[in-house]
Design a protein around this ligand. Structure first.
Ligand code: TRP
Length: 330
């Protein structure tokens, strides 16, 4: 490993397979940056517990599914470190230390916490759920990560991590790295159903593991410009879900497609066919890599175990430094 390289840490909750929203929001940059940065990918199973503690089987399966999703997009297991969050004790210890520096009010007013609490129907939020941004600060800083590639919903959490680090360093004279968020150019992908966000729990996701046929069916069901009732009515691609997807997934031909939509020279069916094609062209190489890892599950497990061991050593050293600085080391 090149010690000169700066570090990336980012991750995903292990609550199911990853979808195109994860891809454009974070996975794509992970792949692009894996040579330049020493990259850590966290399988956030503790964070998954905050909402799915009653479903341990899903969490267990997802640890493998999320790893395979990450490998399928082209992350190289020889370059990146894949880490199981719950097995890194330093993260739990640091969460406790950090929790003293964060007010309950700051957590209650965190916009992402608010949105999620509503989404999950939490009238009575658990202590663990309310506190997950604190644990996320520990995720990011156990290895002194510099950069965190995430979607825009994660910005409040990165901001909190920075505040915690500043406070901790000031108070105890440590040198924990203050992390920076890296937003991708598409930091939020809308659902093809017109929902502002693609999400597993919203039932509108196109999964990286979907077959070509499934992608075709999902695109066929997409809601398009509602004013375009018949094919001879000109469309407004900028308000059309499929139009917006072309801008992301059919970059080369997008201007042309939009022009043909505006002048009623292409209908929604044909337009959707092009999108299906673009998505499947993107997903095909992922499907190939996935097939390999699906049939080499022992290798996948080894990748997780090796990465977690390495992360634990790094985390233990970080905690030792912190304990020393806090005058807890006797
Ligand atoms: N909160 C992130 C999500 O919901 C997952 C996550 C957990 C994460 N720990 C992290 C992301 C650390 C970046 C860095 O997708």
């Amino acid at each position: 490993m090149d010690v000169q390289k700066k570090r990336i840490l980012t991750g995903d909750r292990t609550t199911g397979r990853l979808h195109l929203g994860h891809y454009v929001g974070s996975l794509k940059s992970r792949v692009e940056l894996q040579d330049e940065y020493d990259t850590f990918i966290l399988l956030a199973d503790i964070q998954a517990l905050t909402t799915h503690f009653e479903n341990p089987q899903l969490l267990y399966t997802s640890i493998f599914d999320v790893t395979i999703d990450n490998l399928s997009v082209g992350l190289d297991p020889h370059k990146v470190t894949i880490v199981q969050q719950s097995a890194v004790k330093a993260i739990a210890e640091m969460t406790v230390f950090y929790s003293m520096l964060v007010s309950v009010n700051a957590l209650r007013h965190n916009p992402t916490i608010k949105t999620e609490a509503k989404q999950y129907g939490y009238s009575e939020m658990s202590y663990g759920f309310l506190g997950y941004p604190v644990s996320q600060a520990a995720d990011i800083t156990f290895c002194n990560a510099h950069l965190v590639p995430v979607g825009e919903d994660q910005l409040p959490h990165i901001e909190l991590s920075r505040k915690i680090v500043r406070k901790f360093n000031e108070m105890y004279g440590t040198n924990i790295v203050e992390p920076q968020a890296k937003l991708s150019s598409v930091s939020r992908l809308a659902g093809l159903d017109g929902n502002a966000k693609m999400g597993k729990s919203l039932g509108n996701a196109i999964y990286l593991s979907d077959s070509a046929k499934e992608v075709e069916q999902k695109v066929r069901m997409a809601v398009t410009d509602p004013a375009r009732v018949t094919i001879d009515i000109p469309g407004t691609p900028e308000i059309c879900n499929v139009g917006k997807y072309h801008k992301i997934f059919t970059v080369d031909q997008c201007d042309d497609i939009w022009e043909r939509c505006r002048t009623a020279k292409i209908g929604c069916v044909a337009c959707k066919k092009i999108l299906t094609n673009s998505l499947n062209t993107l997903l095909d190489p992922m499907r190939e890599r996935r097939a390999y890892y699906e049939s080499h599950r022992d290798e996948v497990k080894d990748i997780i175990v090796t990465g977690t061991k390495k992360a634990s050593e790094i985390g233990d050293a970080q905690v030792a430094t912190m304990r020393e600085a806090m005058h807890l080391a006797i």
